[in-house]
Design a protein around this ligand. Structure first.
Ligand code: ARG
Length: 268
């Protein structure tokens, strides 16, 4: 789908949008009101609601050296944060910090901790090929609860229509700036066959899981990458990619945590 022989204008536009959809945001952390809903207008995490980090103590976000939030993550061990590979690749530990326990970016709530080591899955090339997973080793252990990891025996959690929660500080609508506070949305898991029908060979069934409503309207968006998709306190996915945000027929694609659980645990 990304390799067109003769790039027509719509194809070129699509390529730009698809690329933009996987790039972590660097925009200012100012929350904007969602625009008016219309069929062509961007849709408001898009369909979510405010959440408190106290309800999700393992939900964290990543900031760059200028203090800008650009991705999400989850505390999975006292001193380990799970995130997407595309959030961590080519970043030096010194240029990365993890913010834990802070609902509002504009507050001093919680703690900021440095990163001592960045591990990116060795098979990672682009989000479209899978293995979009990374583990950050923190400078010090945090005393907050950790998220559980789905394992291959959790097939039921990946079954079609399982209600999952996606969390993040990312954009509230396609093209928008990242949010000022944590938000959450509920999205149903989509069957692999349906996601493959939508995304063709960019959807790698054992490496990815899709979630969203056929009509769109609810989704992760830019800046949510690396953030958690959970069922209860169990992490089943990491925000990885999509085409735009919350578009009808274009579900969010998540790293399938259960597939990578052994590689992840090997970092603990
Ligand atoms: N890759 C984006 C990021 O870096 C997140 C894309 C998720 N898109 C979606 N429609 N679910 O923040």
């Amino acid at each position: 789908m990304r390799q067109r022989v003769r790039p027509s204008r719509p194809a070129a536009l699509f390529a730009v949008l698809a690329l933009w959809a996987v790039l972590p945001v660097t925009a200012a952390a100012v929350e904007q009101p969602p625009p008016e809903m219309s069929s062509s207008a961007p849709r408001p995490i898009v369909g979510g609601e405010p959440a408190e980090v106290s309800e999700y103590p393992w939900a964290v976000y990543l900031v760059d050296s200028s203090g800008q939030q650009f991705c999400g993550g989850a505390l999975v061990d006292a001193d380990k944060v799970l995130t997407a590979a595309h959030c961590a690749v080519d970043r030096r530990p010194a240029g990365l910090r993890v913010v834990a326990g802070r609902t509002h970016k504009n507050s001093q709530q919680g703690t900021t901790v440095g990163v001592g080591d960045v591990w990116v899955h060795p098979d990672y090339v682009t989000p479209y090929r899978g293995a979009d997973v990374a583990v950050l080793a923190l400078d010090r252990a945090l005393s907050r609860s950790t998220a559980g990891l789905a394992t291959p025996s959790d097939e039921d959690l990946y079954r079609e229509n399982t209600r999952a929660t996606v969390l993040g500080w990312g954009a509230r609508f396609e093209g928008g700036q990242t949010a000022e506070r944590l938000r959450r949305a509920t999205v149903p898991v989509i069957a692999d066959a349906d996601c493959a029908a939508t995304y063709g060979r960019n959807f790698v069934a054992n490496a990815m899981v899709c979630a969203g409503y056929p009509e769109g309207g609810v989704d992760a968006c830019q800046g949510d990458s690396g953030g958690p998709l959970v069922v209860g306190d169990k992490l089943i996915g990491l925000v990885s990619w999509g085409v735009g945000c919350a578009r009808p027929g274009k579900p969010g694609v998540y790293t399938e945590v259960a597939t990578y659980v052994d590689r992840i645990r090997a970092r603990f």
